[in-house]
Design a protein around this ligand. Structure first.
Ligand code: SAH
Length: 272
């Protein structure tokens, strides 16, 4: 029985909004939808590698904004099965506000560390401290991060990624706030000088994935500058982004079939 499934790879893809997933679902076949309350997970097959015969399944959802919704959706995705297989990697993809003047609209940032900027249990712990891990920042394993970086970098000139401008790795801050003023950015940067972008889900997705022992990566495309123009820029950007967000997902998914073992090392024991 095991061999029958040994060649299956399965990525869980999460966004906060439908626009961050875009057309990805239209390219799936053998689609199954499963509802968990108000959350729908859409699963399907995307590809078979002709040489290795590996199959690729995607399970896709959008959580809604914020840490609670994204933590809940991550947990559901991690527990979700399509054709008796669990996901072996959780990818969060979405938009974010830049808090670094060098990082602009259409730039991509892969989180090399995530910090929950609104987590504050002083005086018991230092600001930003996550008691369950006894640290402030959560980072994906270096191999996962480097693989995604190399994959996007290699394909950066391709037709699919032509909308995107620059590719960075960097620190991303997560909090239950849409940040839209300079004062707030300055205040955040005082404590977190390396912060490149802010958003509302990455830190909680990372925390859940780490607690559940699932490989994860968070990718963000800059939609706005988290300043006074943020909400207009954000809304305009999102309409365009909806048309191209699937390209980013597809480049990663297509290359995932050729990915090294470390992503899916648990797959053959996690099935059934
Ligand atoms: N109320 C705003 C939208 C907030 S939603 C409006 O309609 O104008 C923001 C979503 O995009 C969240 O999922 C978050 O992760 C991301 N995001 C983009 N820019 C952001 C910013 N400047 N601050 C926080 N989150 C941002």
């Amino acid at each position: 029985m095991k061999n029958q499934y040994a060649e299956i790879l399965h990525i869980g893809i999460l966004g906060a909004m439908q626009e961050e997933i875009g057309n990805t679902i239209n390219n799936l076949y053998n689609i199954e939808k499963k509802r968990y309350g108000d959350l729908t997970i859409v699963s399907g097959e995307i590809k078979i590698d002709k040489i290795t015969k590996k199959k690729l399944f995607l399970s896709i959802a959008w959580s809604g904004w914020g840490k609670v919704s994204s933590a809940r959706a991550s947990t559901r995705l991690i527990g979700h099965k399509y054709k008796r297989t669990n996901i072996d990697f959780l990818l969060f993809t979405g938009v974010a506000g830049s808090v670094d003047s060098h990082v602009r609209q259409w730039d991509i940032i892969i989180a090399d560390s995530l910090i929950q900027h609104d987590l504050d249990a002083r005086p018991i712990f230092e600001r930003f401290h996550i008691p369950v891990f006894n640290k402030d920042e959560l980072s994906p394993k270096k191999e996962w991060l480097e693989w995604i970086f190399k994959t996007l970098n290699k394909n950066f000139e391709s037709k699919k990624l032509k909308f995107f401008k620059n590719l960075y790795k960097g620190q991303i801050g997560t909090g239950d706030q849409f940040i839209s003023n300079k004062k707030e950015i300055l205040e955040l940067k005082k404590n977190l000088p390396n912060l490149k972008a802010v958003e509302m889900e990455g830190g909680s997705v990372a925390q859940v994935a780490m607690q559940e022992g699932i490989p994860w990566v968070v990718i963000r495309v800059i939609s706005d500058s988290a300043d006074e123009s943020a909400s207009t820029d954000f809304s305009t950007f999102l309409k365009i982004y909806n048309k191209v967000s699937s390209n980013l997902i597809e480049v990663i998914a297509e290359n995932y079939l050729k990915s090294p073992k470390f992503f899916n090392e648990n797959n053959s024991i996690r099935i059934n």
